[in-house]
Design a protein. Sequence first.
Length: 457
Amino acid sequence: MLRFYDTLSREKREFAPRKDGEVSLYACGPTVYDVPHLGHARTALTYDILVRFLRWQGHDVVYVANITDIDDNIIARAQRENSTEPEIAATYEAEYIRQLDRLGIEHPTHRTHATDYIAEMIGVIEVLLERKMAYTLDSGVYFDVSELDDYGALVHRTADDLRETAMARVEADDEKDDPLDFALWKAAKPGEPTWESPWGPGRPGWHIECVAMALGILGPGFDIHGGGSDLAFPHHENERAEAVATGQPFANTWIHSAMINVGGEKMSKSLNNFTTLADILDNHDPRVLRLLMLQTHYRKTMEVNGDALAAAAQALDRFNAFDRSAASAGVVASTPDQAILDEVIEAMNDDLGTPKALATTFETVRAANAAIAANDLELAASLKATLDEVLSVLGLAPAESAGDDEDSAAIDALVAERDEARANKDFETSDRIRDELAAQGIVIEDSPTGATWYRKK
RNA sequence: GCGUCGGUGCCCGAGCGGCCCAAGGGAAGGGACUGCAAAUCCCUACAGUCGCGGGUUCAAAUCCCGCCCGGCGCUCCA
């Protein structure tokens, strides 16, 4: 039985898509005004795994991931760099996608852009005004929180409670009726990009984007809404408020992925303590990051640092090493072991228990290695098939062997030369060759059938 | 302050009432294999107060209460 932890009800709930076998998912993506960091990767990875798992289990998944391509930060950067908002957004969106591609994050079914849904947003705002859930001021259109009875439900606070802290920071000239009210449409300010609307030129508020896109593409009562836990308030709370206020059911399940910390503090742009994704990916096999992240449950805050990456790199090598020894032993994947697969599925069914699934995977690697050592190739072939399947679902499948670059013939020759030296007990020569290759990042592994080599990344 | 999540071995990290003298990974020690390594396998040590103190229960890391500590949210944020 598949269960997810739902932020709204605060419990693990059995997951039943509104339409049998077809899952609708909406996950908030980034505002593209800077390069992606590790935090963006963790969130994207969470939903990537969710989608991969659901598809593996036979569900069709419609996955919408948005890109916020207009907002204060983008405008500010465009002005600072004497550029334009579309240019800034396009640049960083491309970078975001490029890095996610390296991490093996699959593309969503729809990657939507806020600026492509202005008309839909206006439509939603009109409904809200008609239903008297919003009001117009000179500075824009605002959502009227007092008209809603369960505002704050997603973060388990009462409106009064939220209002109290909000009061403390309302600016004196703020003309909103209630400090909790938030903008649906922001009236044009000089120098800012604008769109026409029934309330004059302006641009949309943040939350309305997601409502328009989620409801527009997935429809009312879609299955899952995801995002980073820092978006729960105010973003998701406000999305929910808007959607509910139109009279439509919104997300059935809310999933939030936890933050990445640096030295005990949240990694973020505003704290300027972030490590860019590119930085990590330039220096590590992308699967190292993936493995590291999947070893921690998605709802638990985690720390990413050099030690953790090194440990994950070591762990990942177990998969690689098995693949090498399977290849040299001539083990070809046969039929997966259903009992092991079931164990993995059970772990994943329980709110995406990737750490547990990986534990099973590592146990399988050991068993598979042992099978090869014991020359039980039939067992090894089945375990290899099992591993191939699981690792591919988790996005950890070994990269295609890039063995035929131009140097490989030369290396083959050296390895052969070393084999010969060893046969002649000329260990001085054989060790010299091994050291030379090691200096180039090439590792030699001896086996009864002769030496093989691979590049250490 | 309020809300929320968490505090498990040397490190990371599962577990969420009995199957736990607590998974898995990393690091450590020993053995096998090897000319020596690497890889692999086997074994060992490492949690025994599972933050602290109470309580519930035949039974608690797991439930309840209180306390201490930390993260996140309450402001743009993945």
